[in-house]
Design a protein around this ligand. Structure first.
Ligand SMILES: [Fe+2]
Ligand SMILES: [Fe+2]
Length: 299
């Protein structure tokens, strides 16, 4: 069994919220994840000082972290850098590798860099990146849980203002589904969302689960997450994948569970939940399943 904390869009800079960052550190200390996924937008304006603060924050996290760049990690106004060295500040002050990988006995993690110099907001994957992704997933142990981290989204949240996806999203979904990727975690929209590749792009294959986090530590939440902060807690065992969405509770000053989802892993079926004997017995029981160790959800 493996436990993963997914955080995103931490946006060190003017919009960063220090108390949320301290809340993430306390959460991670309490839950003791095996691994932490950080899906981009580490900074607001890709400044060296912002990357240095992000590096200090990541170094305080109590588990291995794989992070990828977001569009805010490419300089917007420093045009020369944006065109000729879009990841220069990221590499100098945060991490030399923009597509890191990580693995242990049960997890196989691939980072994707979907940010690039010519874009203002939306992302892309090049064909060379897709080939490398395919090669990396092909080399993964068959039984490993295959997790992919990308800032921009392969699937848009329904009814979100823009339904655009990153360039070559469909080609990426084909590779991910065919190579048996289990989960893609993303950020960028600052909205929590859970979907699957088969909803958006049906291929008759086992769905790749797609999970977005809102902004974990900035004041840039959007839509129904305006003014909110969120992250995800993921538990993986041999048969199932459990995802708990957490949201910052201002009154308690901590991240609290708000929704819970349990999904089968490839090649497995979940046992159907027994029907409740009364409406009272059934109320909320599905949400509480699997929340042991992280407290009860908000009511
Ligand atoms: Fe962002
Ligand atoms: Fe973004």
């Amino acid at each position: 069994m493996r436990q993963i904390l997914h955080i995103s869009d931490i946006h060190f800079g003017p919009k960063h919220l220090v108390d949320r960052a301290e809340g993430v550190l306390r959460l991670a200390e309490r839950l003791a994840p095996d691994f932490i996924a950080l899906s981009g937008d580490l900074t607001q304006r890709a400044k060296p000082s912002e990357f240095q603060r992000a590096r200090t924050f990541v170094d305080r996290l109590p588990a291995p972290v794989v992070a990828v760049p977001g569009n805010h990690d490419v300089p917007l106004y420093r045009v020369w850098e944006r065109v000729f060295a879009p990841y220069g500040a990221y590499r100098r002050h945060f991490d030399r590798e923009t597509e890191p990988t990580w693995q242990d006995d049960e997890l196989f993690v691939v980072g994707l860099n979907t940010a690039y110099g010519w874009t203002l907001t939306e992302g892309r994957l090049t064909l060379a990146q897709l080939r490398r992704l395919e090669e990396r997933l092909e080399a993964a142990p068959a039984e490993a849980f295959k997790l992919v981290i990308a800032h921009h989204h392969l699937i848009p949240p329904p009814r979100f203002k823009t339904q655009s996806v990153l360039i070559h999203a469909f080609e990426a979904i084909e590779i991910l589904a065919q190579q048996g990727a289990d989960l893609v975690v993303s950020g960028h929209h600052h909205i929590t969302y859970l979907g699957s590749s088969e909803q958006y792009y049906p291929q008759g294959l086992h769905p790749v689960v797609v999970l977005h986090s809102g902004t974990t530590t900035s004041s840039r939440g959007r839509g129904h997450e305006t003014g909110h902060n969120s992250c995800n807690w993921i538990r993986v065992d041999q048969r199932s994948l459990e995802i708990t969405n957490l949201r910052w509770d201002i009154d308690r000053g901590e991240f609290r569970p708000v929704a819970h989802h349990r999904l089968p892993r490839r090649g497995h079926e979940l046992e159907p939940a027994p029907l409740p004997e009364s409406a009272e017995a059934g109320s909320g029981s599905g949400v509480e399943v699997g929340l042991q160790g992280i407290g009860r959800p908000n009511r």
